[in-house]
Design a protein around this ligand. Structure first.
Ligand SMILES: C[S@@+](CC[C@H](N)C(=O)[O-])C[C@H]1O[C@@H](n2cnc3c(N)ncnc32)[C@H](O)[C@@H]1O
Length: 342
Protein backbone atom coordinates (compact mmCIF):
# COMPACT_ATOMS: atom_id res chain seq x y z
CA UNK A 1 0.00 0.00 0.00
CA UNK A 2 1.16 3.52 -0.71
CA UNK A 3 1.39 6.15 2.01
CA UNK A 4 -2.01 7.36 3.20
CA UNK A 5 -2.71 10.89 4.36
CA UNK A 6 -2.96 11.02 8.15
CA UNK A 7 -6.48 10.40 9.41
CA UNK A 8 -7.65 8.36 6.39
CA UNK A 9 -8.92 5.05 7.74
CA UNK A 10 -8.48 1.77 5.91
CA UNK A 11 -10.30 -0.72 8.13
CA UNK A 12 -13.95 -1.10 9.00
CA UNK A 13 -14.74 -1.29 12.71
CA UNK A 14 -17.18 -3.74 14.34
CA UNK A 15 -19.97 -1.17 14.30
CA UNK A 16 -19.61 -0.63 10.55
CA UNK A 17 -19.60 -4.38 9.94
CA UNK A 18 -22.71 -4.64 12.15
CA UNK A 19 -24.46 -2.13 9.89
CA UNK A 20 -23.39 -4.14 6.83
CA UNK A 21 -24.84 -7.39 8.23
CA UNK A 22 -28.08 -5.62 9.20
CA UNK A 23 -28.88 -5.55 5.48
CA UNK A 24 -29.54 -9.29 5.72
CA UNK A 25 -27.09 -10.46 3.04
CA UNK A 26 -26.04 -14.05 3.70
CA UNK A 27 -22.51 -13.86 2.31
CA UNK A 28 -20.19 -10.91 2.24
CA UNK A 29 -20.86 -10.58 -1.54
CA UNK A 30 -24.24 -8.94 -1.41
CA UNK A 31 -26.28 -10.08 -4.42
CA UNK A 32 -23.50 -12.17 -6.03
CA UNK A 33 -24.60 -15.64 -4.98
CA UNK A 34 -28.22 -16.68 -5.37
CA UNK A 35 -28.18 -17.82 -1.76
CA UNK A 36 -25.03 -19.18 -0.18
CA UNK A 37 -21.51 -19.84 -1.53
CA UNK A 38 -21.66 -22.40 -4.34
CA UNK A 39 -19.59 -24.33 -6.93
CA UNK A 40 -15.93 -24.91 -5.94
CA UNK A 41 -16.34 -22.91 -2.71
CA UNK A 42 -19.15 -25.17 -1.54
CA UNK A 43 -17.22 -28.24 -2.73
CA UNK A 44 -14.21 -27.18 -0.66
CA UNK A 45 -16.37 -26.91 2.45
CA UNK A 46 -18.16 -30.18 1.72
CA UNK A 47 -14.79 -31.97 1.46
CA UNK A 48 -13.88 -30.63 4.91
CA UNK A 49 -17.21 -31.58 6.54
CA UNK A 50 -17.06 -35.10 5.06
CA UNK A 51 -14.00 -35.86 7.18
CA UNK A 52 -15.81 -35.13 10.43
CA UNK A 53 -17.36 -37.63 12.84
CA UNK A 54 -21.15 -37.76 13.37
CA UNK A 55 -21.25 -35.34 16.29
CA UNK A 56 -18.33 -33.03 15.56
CA UNK A 57 -17.96 -29.51 16.97
CA UNK A 58 -17.43 -26.90 14.23
CA UNK A 59 -16.53 -23.25 14.86
CA UNK A 60 -16.67 -20.65 12.10
CA UNK A 61 -14.52 -17.58 12.85
CA UNK A 62 -15.55 -14.12 11.57
CA UNK A 63 -18.78 -15.74 10.44
CA UNK A 64 -20.73 -12.61 9.43
CA UNK A 65 -24.32 -13.70 8.83
CA UNK A 66 -23.18 -17.31 9.14
CA UNK A 67 -22.67 -18.39 5.51
CA UNK A 68 -20.11 -21.15 6.23
CA UNK A 69 -21.82 -22.20 9.48
CA UNK A 70 -25.04 -22.60 7.45
CA UNK A 71 -23.24 -24.73 4.87
CA UNK A 72 -22.08 -26.97 7.74
CA UNK A 73 -25.66 -27.20 9.05
CA UNK A 74 -26.96 -28.13 5.62
CA UNK A 75 -24.25 -30.75 5.16
CA UNK A 76 -25.12 -32.27 8.56
CA UNK A 77 -28.87 -32.28 7.79
CA UNK A 78 -28.35 -33.97 4.41
CA UNK A 79 -25.83 -36.50 5.73
CA UNK A 80 -27.38 -37.59 9.04
CA UNK A 81 -24.79 -35.91 11.23
CA UNK A 82 -25.46 -33.91 14.38
CA UNK A 83 -22.73 -31.29 14.34
CA UNK A 84 -22.57 -28.69 17.05
CA UNK A 85 -21.97 -25.50 15.02
CA UNK A 86 -20.97 -22.10 16.40
CA UNK A 87 -20.25 -18.95 14.41
CA UNK A 88 -18.47 -16.02 16.06
CA UNK A 89 -17.92 -12.51 14.81
CA UNK A 90 -16.81 -9.24 16.39
CA UNK A 91 -19.80 -7.49 14.76
CA UNK A 92 -23.35 -7.70 16.14
CA UNK A 93 -25.10 -10.64 14.47
CA UNK A 94 -28.86 -11.18 14.77
CA UNK A 95 -30.14 -14.67 13.85
CA UNK A 96 -33.78 -13.45 13.88
CA UNK A 97 -32.95 -10.95 11.16
CA UNK A 98 -31.21 -13.62 9.08
CA UNK A 99 -34.24 -15.89 9.50
CA UNK A 100 -36.54 -13.08 8.36
CA UNK A 101 -34.40 -12.45 5.26
CA UNK A 102 -33.96 -16.16 4.42
CA UNK A 103 -37.10 -18.01 5.59
CA UNK A 104 -36.24 -21.13 3.57
CA UNK A 105 -33.05 -21.53 5.63
CA UNK A 106 -34.87 -21.51 9.00
CA UNK A 107 -34.04 -25.18 9.89
CA UNK A 108 -30.32 -24.57 9.30
CA UNK A 109 -30.36 -21.19 11.06
CA UNK A 110 -31.96 -22.87 14.08
CA UNK A 111 -29.23 -25.52 14.03
CA UNK A 112 -26.35 -23.07 14.52
CA UNK A 113 -25.35 -20.78 17.39
CA UNK A 114 -24.30 -17.34 16.14
CA UNK A 115 -22.44 -15.16 18.63
CA UNK A 116 -21.84 -11.53 17.81
CA UNK A 117 -19.40 -9.32 19.70
CA UNK A 118 -16.88 -12.21 19.90
CA UNK A 119 -13.38 -11.61 18.48
CA UNK A 120 -11.63 -14.50 16.79
CA UNK A 121 -8.56 -13.86 18.97
CA UNK A 122 -10.54 -14.61 22.18
CA UNK A 123 -13.54 -16.83 21.44
CA UNK A 124 -14.25 -17.82 25.04
CA UNK A 125 -14.55 -21.47 23.90
CA UNK A 126 -13.12 -24.25 26.07
CA UNK A 127 -9.59 -25.62 25.53
CA UNK A 128 -9.46 -28.63 23.18
CA UNK A 129 -13.21 -28.54 22.49
CA UNK A 130 -13.37 -28.11 18.69
CA UNK A 131 -13.00 -30.62 15.82
CA UNK A 132 -12.96 -28.16 12.92
CA UNK A 133 -12.24 -24.42 12.81
CA UNK A 134 -13.43 -22.75 9.61
CA UNK A 135 -13.24 -19.22 8.28
CA UNK A 136 -13.97 -17.71 4.89
CA UNK A 137 -12.72 -14.23 4.09
CA UNK A 138 -12.63 -13.71 7.85
CA UNK A 139 -9.50 -14.83 9.70
CA UNK A 140 -7.27 -12.44 7.69
CA UNK A 141 -9.31 -9.46 8.96
CA UNK A 142 -8.20 -10.17 12.52
CA UNK A 143 -4.86 -10.40 14.32
CA UNK A 144 -3.65 -13.57 12.63
CA UNK A 145 -0.86 -14.33 15.15
CA UNK A 146 -3.21 -14.07 18.15
CA UNK A 147 -5.94 -15.84 16.13
CA UNK A 148 -3.56 -18.74 15.40
CA UNK A 149 -2.82 -19.14 19.12
CA UNK A 150 -6.56 -19.11 19.84
CA UNK A 151 -7.19 -21.79 17.21
CA UNK A 152 -4.43 -23.99 18.62
CA UNK A 153 -5.96 -23.57 22.09
CA UNK A 154 -9.56 -24.48 21.20
CA UNK A 155 -8.77 -27.39 18.82
CA UNK A 156 -8.62 -30.88 20.25
CA UNK A 157 -5.48 -32.84 19.24
CA UNK A 158 -6.09 -34.00 15.66
CA UNK A 159 -8.66 -31.22 15.15
CA UNK A 160 -8.51 -29.48 11.79
CA UNK A 161 -8.44 -25.95 10.38
CA UNK A 162 -9.86 -25.03 6.95
CA UNK A 163 -9.98 -21.52 5.56
CA UNK A 164 -10.57 -19.51 2.43
CA UNK A 165 -8.48 -16.35 2.53
CA UNK A 166 -8.62 -13.31 0.24
CA UNK A 167 -5.95 -13.53 -2.48
CA UNK A 168 -4.22 -10.27 -3.45
CA UNK A 169 -4.55 -11.19 -7.16
CA UNK A 170 -8.13 -12.47 -7.10
CA UNK A 171 -11.00 -11.15 -9.20
CA UNK A 172 -12.53 -9.75 -6.00
CA UNK A 173 -9.40 -7.73 -5.27
CA UNK A 174 -9.06 -6.35 -8.78
CA UNK A 175 -12.69 -5.18 -8.48
CA UNK A 176 -11.90 -3.62 -5.11
CA UNK A 177 -8.90 -1.76 -6.54
CA UNK A 178 -11.00 -0.51 -9.47
CA UNK A 179 -13.67 0.56 -6.94
CA UNK A 180 -11.05 2.55 -5.01
CA UNK A 181 -9.83 4.12 -8.25
CA UNK A 182 -13.41 5.22 -9.01
CA UNK A 183 -13.87 6.75 -5.55
CA UNK A 184 -10.57 8.56 -5.87
CA UNK A 185 -11.44 9.88 -9.37
CA UNK A 186 -14.79 11.06 -8.13
CA UNK A 187 -13.75 12.61 -4.84
CA UNK A 188 -10.16 13.79 -5.32
CA UNK A 189 -9.33 14.07 -9.03
CA UNK A 190 -12.63 15.36 -10.42
CA UNK A 191 -13.94 16.89 -7.17
CA UNK A 192 -17.30 15.68 -8.47
CA UNK A 193 -19.11 15.52 -5.12
CA UNK A 194 -17.79 18.93 -4.06
CA UNK A 195 -18.78 20.50 -7.39
CA UNK A 196 -22.22 18.88 -7.16
CA UNK A 197 -22.80 20.20 -3.65
CA UNK A 198 -21.71 23.69 -4.73
CA UNK A 199 -23.89 23.55 -7.83
CA UNK A 200 -27.04 22.65 -5.86
CA UNK A 201 -26.46 25.71 -3.66
CA UNK A 202 -25.84 28.08 -6.58
CA UNK A 203 -28.74 26.61 -8.54
CA UNK A 204 -31.18 27.19 -5.70
CA UNK A 205 -30.09 30.84 -5.52
CA UNK A 206 -30.69 31.62 -9.24
CA UNK A 207 -33.44 34.16 -9.91
CA UNK A 208 -36.15 33.58 -12.53
CA UNK A 209 -35.06 34.95 -15.91
CA UNK A 210 -35.14 34.42 -19.65
CA UNK A 211 -32.24 31.97 -19.91
CA UNK A 212 -31.98 28.16 -19.80
CA UNK A 213 -34.80 26.60 -17.78
CA UNK A 214 -36.35 30.03 -17.10
CA UNK A 215 -33.50 31.06 -14.84
CA UNK A 216 -31.10 33.95 -14.75
CA UNK A 217 -27.76 32.06 -14.90
CA UNK A 218 -24.92 34.01 -13.27
CA UNK A 219 -21.44 33.57 -14.83
CA UNK A 220 -20.28 31.81 -11.65
CA UNK A 221 -23.14 29.29 -11.84
CA UNK A 222 -22.51 28.68 -15.57
CA UNK A 223 -18.84 27.96 -14.86
CA UNK A 224 -19.55 25.48 -12.04
CA UNK A 225 -22.24 23.80 -14.14
CA UNK A 226 -19.79 23.38 -17.04
CA UNK A 227 -17.10 21.97 -14.77
CA UNK A 228 -19.58 19.57 -13.18
CA UNK A 229 -20.97 18.31 -16.49
CA UNK A 230 -17.47 17.88 -17.95
CA UNK A 231 -16.46 15.89 -14.87
CA UNK A 232 -19.65 13.76 -15.15
CA UNK A 233 -18.86 13.05 -18.82
CA UNK A 234 -15.26 12.02 -18.01
CA UNK A 235 -16.44 9.77 -15.16
CA UNK A 236 -19.11 8.16 -17.36
CA UNK A 237 -16.52 7.57 -20.09
CA UNK A 238 -14.28 5.85 -17.56
CA UNK A 239 -17.17 3.69 -16.29
CA UNK A 240 -17.98 2.56 -19.86
CA UNK A 241 -14.44 1.37 -20.68
CA UNK A 242 -14.56 -2.37 -21.48
CA UNK A 243 -11.92 -3.26 -18.89
CA UNK A 244 -13.90 -1.36 -16.24
CA UNK A 245 -17.23 -2.91 -17.23
CA UNK A 246 -15.52 -6.28 -16.93
CA UNK A 247 -14.41 -5.46 -13.39
CA UNK A 248 -18.05 -4.88 -12.43
CA UNK A 249 -17.10 -2.21 -9.89
CA UNK A 250 -20.17 -0.05 -10.11
CA UNK A 251 -19.40 2.89 -7.83
CA UNK A 252 -19.57 5.44 -10.66
CA UNK A 253 -22.77 3.86 -11.97
CA UNK A 254 -24.31 4.69 -8.60
CA UNK A 255 -22.78 8.05 -7.84
CA UNK A 256 -22.93 9.97 -11.14
CA UNK A 257 -26.71 9.53 -11.69
CA UNK A 258 -27.35 10.11 -7.97
CA UNK A 259 -25.60 13.51 -8.07
CA UNK A 260 -27.27 14.55 -11.34
CA UNK A 261 -30.69 13.51 -9.98
CA UNK A 262 -30.14 15.54 -6.85
CA UNK A 263 -29.33 18.55 -8.99
CA UNK A 264 -32.56 18.15 -10.92
CA UNK A 265 -34.53 18.07 -7.69
CA UNK A 266 -32.58 20.86 -6.02
CA UNK A 267 -34.93 23.78 -6.63
CA UNK A 268 -37.99 21.91 -5.40
CA UNK A 269 -36.35 20.43 -2.26
CA UNK A 270 -36.13 21.99 1.17
CA UNK A 271 -32.59 22.77 2.41
CA UNK A 272 -33.01 20.09 5.10
CA UNK A 273 -33.98 17.43 2.53
CA UNK A 274 -31.11 18.40 0.28
CA UNK A 275 -28.65 18.26 3.16
CA UNK A 276 -29.96 14.80 4.06
CA UNK A 277 -29.65 13.61 0.45
CA UNK A 278 -26.05 14.91 0.23
CA UNK A 279 -25.26 13.24 3.55
CA UNK A 280 -26.53 9.94 2.14
CA UNK A 281 -24.47 10.15 -1.06
CA UNK A 282 -21.30 11.20 0.76
CA UNK A 283 -21.87 8.59 3.48
CA UNK A 284 -22.34 5.84 0.87
CA UNK A 285 -19.17 6.96 -0.95
CA UNK A 286 -17.12 6.86 2.26
CA UNK A 287 -18.60 3.51 3.37
CA UNK A 288 -17.81 2.02 -0.05
CA UNK A 289 -14.24 3.40 0.05
CA UNK A 290 -13.74 1.94 3.50
CA UNK A 291 -15.14 -1.49 2.55
CA UNK A 292 -12.82 -1.66 -0.47
CA UNK A 293 -9.77 -0.43 1.51
CA UNK A 294 -10.55 -2.99 4.21
CA UNK A 295 -10.62 -5.73 1.61
CA UNK A 296 -7.34 -4.61 0.02
CA UNK A 297 -5.65 -4.46 3.45
CA UNK A 298 -6.91 -7.93 4.43
CA UNK A 299 -5.92 -9.75 1.20
CA UNK A 300 -2.74 -11.82 1.13
CA UNK A 301 -0.13 -12.29 -1.54
CA UNK A 302 2.27 -15.24 -1.36
CA UNK A 303 4.47 -13.55 1.23
CA UNK A 304 1.39 -12.64 3.27
CA UNK A 305 0.24 -16.25 3.23
CA UNK A 306 3.73 -17.42 4.22
CA UNK A 307 3.45 -15.14 7.25
CA UNK A 308 0.09 -16.64 8.27
CA UNK A 309 1.51 -20.14 7.76
CA UNK A 310 4.52 -19.29 9.97
CA UNK A 311 2.24 -17.84 12.68
CA UNK A 312 0.15 -21.00 12.68
CA UNK A 313 3.25 -23.19 13.01
CA UNK A 314 4.58 -20.97 15.78
CA UNK A 315 1.25 -21.47 17.59
CA UNK A 316 1.78 -25.25 17.51
CA UNK A 317 -0.27 -26.21 14.45
CA UNK A 318 1.06 -28.52 11.71
CA UNK A 319 2.65 -26.75 8.68
CA UNK A 320 -0.41 -25.42 6.79
CA UNK A 321 -0.97 -26.14 3.09
CA UNK A 322 -2.09 -23.17 0.99
CA UNK A 323 -3.36 -23.33 -2.61
CA UNK A 324 -5.13 -20.93 -4.99
CA UNK A 325 -8.89 -21.49 -5.26
CA UNK A 326 -10.51 -21.12 -8.67
CA UNK A 327 -14.23 -20.57 -9.12
CA UNK A 328 -16.19 -22.01 -12.07
CA UNK A 329 -12.90 -23.45 -13.30
CA UNK A 330 -11.21 -20.13 -13.97
CA UNK A 331 -11.76 -17.11 -11.72
CA UNK A 332 -9.22 -16.84 -8.91
CA UNK A 333 -11.25 -16.27 -5.73
CA UNK A 334 -8.85 -16.83 -2.89
CA UNK A 335 -6.44 -19.15 -1.11
CA UNK A 336 -7.48 -22.32 0.60
CA UNK A 337 -5.51 -23.05 3.74
CA UNK A 338 -5.71 -26.29 5.70
CA UNK A 339 -3.86 -27.59 8.72
CA UNK A 340 -4.45 -29.47 11.97
CA UNK A 341 -3.38 -29.61 15.55
CA UNK A 342 -0.86 -32.49 15.93
C1 LIG B 1 -15.62 -10.20 4.67
S1 LIG B 1 -16.56 -10.57 6.09
C2 LIG B 1 -16.77 -12.32 5.94
C3 LIG B 1 -17.94 -12.88 6.66
C4 LIG B 1 -18.31 -14.33 6.34
N1 LIG B 1 -17.27 -15.26 6.73
C5 LIG B 1 -18.66 -14.52 4.90
O1 LIG B 1 -17.88 -15.14 4.15
O2 LIG B 1 -19.72 -14.05 4.49
C6 LIG B 1 -15.37 -10.34 7.36
C7 LIG B 1 -15.91 -10.49 8.74
O3 LIG B 1 -14.84 -10.49 9.66
C8 LIG B 1 -15.31 -9.92 10.86
N2 LIG B 1 -14.14 -9.58 11.67
C9 LIG B 1 -13.17 -8.66 11.40
N3 LIG B 1 -12.24 -8.67 12.38
C10 LIG B 1 -12.62 -9.64 13.26
C11 LIG B 1 -12.08 -10.13 14.49
N4 LIG B 1 -10.93 -9.65 14.97
N5 LIG B 1 -12.75 -11.10 15.16
C12 LIG B 1 -13.91 -11.59 14.67
N6 LIG B 1 -14.48 -11.17 13.51
C13 LIG B 1 -13.84 -10.21 12.83
C14 LIG B 1 -16.14 -8.75 10.40
O4 LIG B 1 -17.01 -8.29 11.41
C15 LIG B 1 -16.86 -9.38 9.21
O5 LIG B 1 -18.09 -9.91 9.60
Amino acid sequence: MGQKPAGVRERLDAEEWSRFWERGTLTTFEGHFSENYDAEIRDFWWSQFERLGPDAAVVDLATGNGAVALLAARFARENDRVFSITGVDSAAIDPARIRAAWPALAPDIDAIALRGGVPLEATGLADGSVDLVTSQYGFEYGDTAAGSREIARILRPGGRVAMIVHHADSAILSQAREGLRQVSMCVAEERFLRLGRRMTKLFRGLKPGPQRGGLNWTPGAVKVREELMAAAARLERHARRPEVLQEDAGFLEFVVPAVLRLLEQARGSSPANLERAWGEIEGEAEAYRLRMSDLVSAARDEAGMAQVQAEMEAAGLAPPAAAPLRYRGETLLGWTLVTHRP
